[in-house]
Design a protein around this ligand. Structure first.
Ligand SMILES: Nc1ncnc2c1ncn2[C@@H]1O[C@H](COP(=O)(O)OP(=O)(O)O)[C@@H](O)[C@H]1O
Ligand SMILES: [Mg+2]
Length: 271
């Protein structure tokens, strides 16, 4: 089932180059964050966690977000997914202004456009892996019922879990639960995957397997935004953004654009 590693690398590089040339202004960003501030109440006053964050993420990018704990990484992801709203600024994702949508609109939009992957998997414990993967399809209600089970089974097959489909989450390993959660995130074939420390609760071998799966998904056309503590995993994405004290401290994508590498890298491809 798995593609040869060299092919994966080749396709990932093509996706990376495509994304980088897009960053040159040829395409619409999948994620557009503009001047976002996030303040939380703290006793009598408030604390500012995001302090003017702006970034664009283009189709086919694999963006790793790194930075010390408590510096606003999850808060930033929550702005992108609409799990929380900015105090100031704009967030446009897959063309929708996330910061202005109601909870109902957000639920419908998320179901179709977004796959979210968490550190602790968040599978429903009383449902089989298969039923967990079917759930987003049931919520969106776009496919006939009989197709949902077939698609869920195919997705579980893709993540190597066809033979575990009828087990409960508690009956499989952490790595298997995370792979099922990835299958669930793919249920409605969303263009964008957002993962918050998806390998943070896995041993290094299992983390590597999950990361390989992400590489394959990006090679297949998905856009990925992943918060990680692992600098070595982050370096294998197409772009690393470092958040420090609520600000973007560095952005390898922006540096590539600014240093003119883009034109060099993207010109010979596809000719
Ligand atoms: N709902 C909230 N209310 C108050 N403070 C919060 C809330 N959510 C996050 N914070 C604070 O914001 C800071 C950044 O949190 P977070 O974005 O989770 O950091 P990271 O993901 O980088 O570890 C932390 O100090 C955290 O306590
Ligand atoms: Mg966090």
């Amino acid at each position: 089932m798995r593609e040869p590693f060299a092919l994966v690398i080749f396709r990932t590089n093509v996706a990376t180059l495509a994304a980088m040339s897009n960053a040159n202004g040829h395409s619409t960003p999948v994620v557009c964050v503009r001047d976002v501030y996030k303040r939380f109440p703290a006793g009598e006053s408030e604390v500012t966690i995001l302090k003017g964050v702006s970034l664009d993420i283009y189709p086919g990018e694999f963006v790793a977000i790194v930075g010390p704990s408590g510096n606003g990484k999850s808060t930033l992801l929550n702005m992108i997914t609409g799990i929380d709203h900015p105090s100031e600024g704009q967030v446009i994702v897959t063309g929708q202004s996330v910061h202005t949508m109601s909870e109902n609109e957000l639920a419908v939009w998320r179901g179709a456009h977004l796959g979210i992957i968490f550190q602790f998997f968040q599978l429903l414990p009383a449902l089989s892996l298969l039923k967990n993967v079917m759930l987003p399809m049931d919520l969106v209600n776009q496919r006939p019922r009989r197709e949902r089970a077939e698609r869920a089974m195919a997705l579980l097959g893709m993540v190597g879990l066809a033979d575990q489909a009828h087990k409960l989450p508690s009956q499989v390993s952490g790595g298997q639960q995370q792979r099922a959660a990835i299958a669930r995130a793919l249920a409605n074939d969303p263009p964008l995957l957002v993962a918050d420390e998806p390998t943070g609760n896995l041993d290094s071998t299992t983390a590597e397997e999950v990361f390989q799966l992400f590489l394959r998904l990006v090679a297949g056309g998905k856009t990925m935004v992943m918060v990680t503590h692992s600098r070595s995993l982050a370096a294998r994405g197409s772009r690393v953004i470092e958040i420090r004290d609520g600000r973007i401290a560095s952005d390898s994508g922006r540096e590539a654009v600014e240093s003119g590498q883009l034109a060099l890298l993207s010109s010979p491809v596809g000719q």
